[in-house]
Design a protein around this ligand. Structure first.
Ligand code: NAD
Length: 272
């Protein structure tokens, strides 16, 4: 009986103890990822999914919620560290990428996911301070993160960058100016960076989610949520984990031929 118990509890070579998955099945084993906005919603799901795929993950966020996410990943048998970082500050982002290299020995994947929503208003009532804030975080923040990640990746001769766009990069929405402009900027920033680094082994892609069931959306009034569901041909909101799966694919070598692309993960929203 003792031998049988030992057989059940003995570590199996190559098996991830907590998750029961074979290490060889993990698509990101040995890689290091930085996920900005990793403390909540889509970013949290991305951080967890990349860790499950074997990556060491730096959870970067202005909010200390990122610390909770990193701890949960570590408790679950993965490898993660929280780094407080503000994507609109160059010194902060430079320090973030340095931390990834120092703690985990390199930087293979950047997911520039941090973003903020805007207060909707018609363009003739545009509040320029609010416009600037949304452009700063959602577009310039992505550019700054791409800049400091690319610097590390060029030296290493490899890397995969995934920038978070939105369906509103591709289609308009009444009273949404800054967010739509910023996200459209993210798509073309990504394409140009892809062309710049295509011969250097660094891929740049983006993901455009439709409406996703994150804390942000959960806090909206029922009628607003119902309208969101109605607009998605699939008839439901996306789960953050579904967006994370697309990001994990783009992060992995399984997508080695894909660069400069934008994958719409939107339940058919932009197919209409
Ligand atoms: P969220 O608010 O749940 O999470 C965003 C995270 O980013 C937060 O933890 C926040 O603290 C962090 N953050 C904000 N500003 C930051 C800064 N300056 N530096 C570092 N971190 C910062 O949002 P979410 O719904 O998970 O959205 C994540 C991304 O997906 C955003 O880029 C958003 O525009 C995009 N997106 C979301 C949806 C949706 O339906 N939720 C749809 C399309 C695109």
């Amino acid at each position: 009986e003792q031998a049988a118990r030992h057989a059940r509890t003995a570590p199996v070579e190559g098996l991830d103890r907590k998750k029961g998955r074979h290490v060889e099945q993990q698509t990101l084993a040995g890689k290091t990822a930085v996920v900005t906005g990793g403390g909540s919603g889509i970013g949290e799901a991305i951080a967890r999914t990349l860790a499950e795929e074997g990556a060491a993950v730096v959870v970067a966020d202005v909010d200390t919620a990122g610390e909770v996410v990193a701890k949960a990943i570590n408790d679950d048998g993965g490898r993660a560290a929280f780094v407080a970082a503000d994507v609109i500050s160059e010194p902060s982002v430079a320090g973030l990428m340095d931390q990834a290299v120092t703690r985990f020995g390199g930087l293979d994947i950047l997911v520039a996911n941090a973003g903020i929503a805007e207060v909707k208003a018609p363009v003739h009532e545009l509040d320029l301070a609010a416009w600037q804030r949304v452009l700063d975080v959602n577009l310039t923040g992505v550019a700054i993160c791409n800049k400091y990640a690319a610097a590390v990746m060029v030296a290493a001769g490899r890397g995969s960058v995934i920038n978070m766009a939105s369906i509103l990069a591709h289609v308009g929405q009444a009273n949404s100016q800054a967010y739509s402009a910023a996200k459209a900027g993210v798509v073309n920033l990504t394409r140009s960076a892809a062309l710049t680094y295509a011969r250097q082994g660094i891929r740049f892609n983006c993901v455009s989610p439709g409406y996703v069931d994150t804390p942000l959306v959960a806090g909206l009034p029922d009628e607003v949520r119902a309208r969101m569901v109605e607009r998605q041909p699939i008839g439901r909101l996306a789960r953050p984990e579904e967006i994370a799966q697309v990001v994990a694919f783009l992060a992995s070598d399984r997508s080695s031929i894909i660069t400069g692309a934008c994958i719409n993960a939107d339940g058919g929203y932009t197919a209409i």
